[in-house]
Design a protein around this ligand. Structure first.
Ligand SMILES: NC(=O)c1ccc[n+]([C@@H]2O[C@H](COP(=O)([O-])OP(=O)(O)OC[C@H]3O[C@@H](n4cnc5c(N)ncnc54)[C@H](O)[C@@H]3O)[C@@H](O)[C@H]2O)c1
Length: 303
């Protein structure tokens, strides 16, 4: 039986380990040719010891699939451009971009260094924008040349981006930014045949295995290992395939066997008086509206 991604060329950033590796293997299992990107950095983004992208590419090839490793930094214009060029030069085209690479520098805001703010905003938010821009330019050129485009982008946000997470102000802001970027990209790229969606995953990787050790642990007695990263990949593969035609600008939470469509900001109680209020009147109106509004879902880690 033909795979869901037969003939498609797929880039996965940060695919040397964790969720990205699981996505890359899952795409290959559905017939895709995969560009496995990973800079091979430590959990804090500082230089790491090895080249995990080449290892995962070799793993895919050993299973009979097609893959090429790319070791560039996706948060630089040069790295992002060479990433798309690697897909096109090696496999002749690009169909799907999965933005996944990233790292953490967790601190309470009062202790958060400017460098740690910049590094996390850079790798997640800019690290989504730059590959997206390079891929979008290639797809727009294809569309303008009259060749059919059925391209897909899957961005990686987080529960931290949806609700906020204590001790992760930089990460939460970057991941929330990715949600807005997804909505805009879906609108801008739709006319060229590009769909853009986002996921907020949860899985056991080096990013989570210590902080959330208990939640993430594999069941000792065997059975369904809900927090295995491989459980997130099926939705990513479907969103990255032709089969998801018509789905764009949406956000899904996905972990274990659960998939949830996230419904975003929408107006709650509202009052228009048709004239300017004094601050005291604005406060009175705000309190009345809040009394009628739903309470927000709690921020992760809120006491
Ligand atoms: N694990 C979870 O539960 C969870 C939850 C929410 C969101 N996420 C997000 O999922 C994505 C994958 O996380 P993971 O848990 O698999 O982490 P991970 O640390 O296992 O993998 C991330 C990979 O990205 C690579 N990377 C970092 N900076 C890079 C750069 N500039 N260029 C190229 N590669 C780079 C790292 O070398 C690493 O291999 C991240 O965006 C993360 O924020 C994960």
């Amino acid at each position: 039986m033909a795979g869901l991604c037969e003939g498609r060329v797929v880039i996965v950033t940060g695919a040397g380990r964790g969720l990205g590796r699981a996505h890359a293997l899952a795409f290959a299992a559905e017939g895709a040719k995969v560009v496995v990107n990973d800079l091979g950095v430590g959990l804090d983004g500082l230089p790491g010891p090895d080249g995990p992208a080449a290892r995962v590419a070799a793993e895919i090839e050993a299973l009979g699939g097609a893959a090429v490793a790319h070791g560039g930094d996706i948060a630089t214009s040069k790295g992002a451009a060479s990433l798309v060029a690697t897909a096109v030069d090696t496999f002749g085209r690009l169909d799907t971009l999965v933005n996944n690479a990233g790292f953490l520098r967790d601190r309470m805001l009062v202790n958060l260094d400017e460098d740690d703010w910049d590094a996390v905003m850079r790798v997640h938010l800019k690290g989504h924008f730059l590959p997206l821009r390079s891929a979008a330019a290639w797809w727009r050129a294809e569309a303008k040349a009259g060749r059919p485009v059925a391209a897909r982008v899957v961005n990686t946000s987080s529960g931290a981006g949806l609700l906020g997470s204590v001790g992760q102000g930089n990460y939460s802001a970057a991941k929330a930014g990715i949600l807005a970027l997804t909505a805009v990209a879906a609108q801008e790229m739709g006319p060229y045949g590009v769909q853009v969606n986002a996921i907020a995953p949860a899985a056991r990787t080096r990013m989570t295995e210590r902080t959330f050790a208990e939640t993430m642990a594999a069941p000792e007695a065997g059975g369904f290992d809900a927090m295995a990263p491989e459980n997130v990949s099926p939705l990513v593969v479907w969103l990255g395939a032709d089969a998801s035609a018509g789905v764009t600008g949406r956000v899904f939470e996905t972990e274990g066997g659960r998939i949830t469509v996230m419904e975003g900001w929408r107006p709650g109680p509202t009052a228009d008086r048709g004239a300017r209020r004094t601050p005291a009147e604005a406060g009175k109106a705000a309190l009345e509206l809040l009394a009628a509004a739903q309470a927000p879902l709690p921020v992760y880690g809120a006491r």
